[in-house]
Design a protein around this ligand. Structure first.
Ligand code: FO1
Length: 311
């Protein structure tokens, strides 16, 4: 069974890792959000691509979900001593990724080619692809701090500012690489990993050409909300600021135009009835993925369900 997985940062990377452990090389393509990307110290940084790639390479820092395991921060500490901006921590080995990506971009290579280059360098079995090669920075318009880049909002201001609007800059100029379109066309199903629907999955769906391909596939999402809280990050808070109840129901409604099924955590089974009223079926299971065995378990649950539903 061929799967396309849509992933953002930490939550998405966990399920992507579980799927990569149970699917052969030709049966899984991971498409990653690039709206979080930004330039810092002149380096082009792609947090979600790096989180997914490091996680599949087994070199991610498990405590934070980003950066490289056991990395040092000598450059970061010196920058801080020199009075440079220190709100975004760049590990010494992580810097090597940002330096090489920036060098290759300046040499005219596409973000897709660079991402696949790192996949080869770090011996990753499955293709990891950016949702597009054009810069489409997510901007967050906030009440207190005005317009912020996503990383300023998320890291510098610890997602405290009240969100008024989320903008995917230049998204209508974006074009998915042909390998992204091929992956969709060959897929039996699309799995939306438990990433933030508003800032991690929505940018992917907004790249011209992606939504119409979703409509023709069986689509399954794993809820990023458990018990009314986002597992990580600002989702529940942003929902609250938009007057939306942070529940899996709104996640399902967010994807309603093409969603067939949503996996909920056992503690949220009470939302199932309301979700079914929108014609979306649900499965209740343990969707927490603290370690690799649980990521594999959830991936296997999903594939078993899809095999029954599709074939
Ligand atoms: N997140 C933080 O909360 N603090 C950091 O200092 C930080 C540094 C960082 C460096 C490289 C990288 O790839 C990610 C980093 N992140 C950091 C996480 C990042 O902001 C988020 O993972 C995504 O953008 C949200 O999905």
């Amino acid at each position: 069974m061929k799967i396309v997985a849509l992933a953002g940062g930490v939550g998405g990377a966990k399920l992507a890792q579980g799927l990569s452990a149970v699917l052969p090389e030709d049966d899984l393509t991971i498409i990653v959000n690039t709206g979080d990307d930004f330039t810092f110290f002149g380096l082009y940084i792609c947090p979600d691509l790096d989180t997914v790639t490091y996680t599949l390479a087994g070199m991610a820092n498990p405590a934070t979900g980003w950066g490289i395991l056991n990395d040092s921060f000598k450059v970061y500490e010196k920058l801080k001593k020199n009075g440079s901006p220190d709100w975004f921590m760049l590990g010494d080995q992580d810097l090597a990724t940002h330096l090489e990506r920036t060098r290759l971009l300046q040499a005219g290579r596409s973000l897709t080619e660079i991402t696949l280059h790192f996949r080869d360098v770090w011996n990753i079995k499955h293709p990891i692809l950016p949702m597009c090669d054009q810069p489409v920075p997510t901007l967050v318009d906030t009440r207190d701090q005005g317009m912020l880049s996503f990383q300023e909002y998320f890291v510098k201001y610890h997602f405290e500012p009240v969100v008024e609007k989320i903008i995917f800059k230049d998204i209508d100029q974006a074009r998915p690489d042909k390998r992204v379109l091929q992956a969709f066309d060959q897929a039996d199903a699309v799995v939306i990993c438990p990433s933030n629907p508003l800032v991690s999955i929505a940018p992917i769906l907004s790249v011209p050409g992606i939504r119409e391909r979703m409509a023709s596939k069986y689509v399954l999402a794993v809820s990023p909300i458990v018990g009314g809280k986002a597992i990580k990050g600002p989702l529940a808070k942003i929902y609250g600021e938009m007057g939306i109840e942070p529940s899996p129901v709104h996640v399902a409604l967010h994807y309603a135009e093409f969603l067939n099924c949503i996996f909920l955590d056992n503690q949220d089974v009470s939302y199932g009835k309301e979700i079914e009223q929108s014609g979306i079926i649900f499965q209740a299971t343990d969707i927490m993925m603290p370690d690799l065995p649980n990521r594999i378990r959830l991936a296997e649950d999903i594939l078993e369900f899809l095999r029954k539903e599709i074939i």
